[in-house]
Write a protein of this length. Structure first.
Length: 123
């Protein structure tokens, strides 16, 4: 799948009866649905309940860039990871994404786009 470039940073806020109410615009909702749809097929048989290391490689369509070249433009890796981990929690990968105690996140331009994910239990 082509990774979404929309992140939670794109939350919107409306003031209703004098109080701020945060909501997801349609692009964020679509990105969450896309991620959960793909992730659900790879859910582990038993959810993680111990500390884990999450290794993620975001590979975006390369366009005019070289295959494997690091992507040094937006979206930021921390913003990409937030939505991904929340979607993984919704899909039942783990009890809570607070269990992710170690992370390695990279983003590239790639001939074959996708999100490559590895989860390792910590000892």
């Amino acid at each position: 799948m082509v990774p979404p470039e929309v992140t939670y940073q794109e939350h919107k806020v409306a003031v209703i009866k004098g109080k701020p109410v945060f909501y997801d615009p349609p692009e964020v909702k679509a990105a969450k649905q896309k991620l959960t749809g793909h992730l659900a097929r790879h859910k582990p048989r038993k959810r993680y309940e111990c500390g884990v290391r999450l290794i993620t490689r975001w590979c975006f369509p390369r366009g005019r860039h070289k295959d494997g070249e690091y992507r040094i433009t937006k979206p930021d890796t921390d913003n990409l990871q937030k939505m991904l981990k929340d979607c993984m929690t919704m899909c039942g990968f783990w009890k809570d994404d607070a269990l992710v105690a170690s992370e390695l996140t990279e983003k590239f331009w790639a001939e074959i786009p996708g999100i490559y994910i590895r989860i390792e239990e910590l000892e």
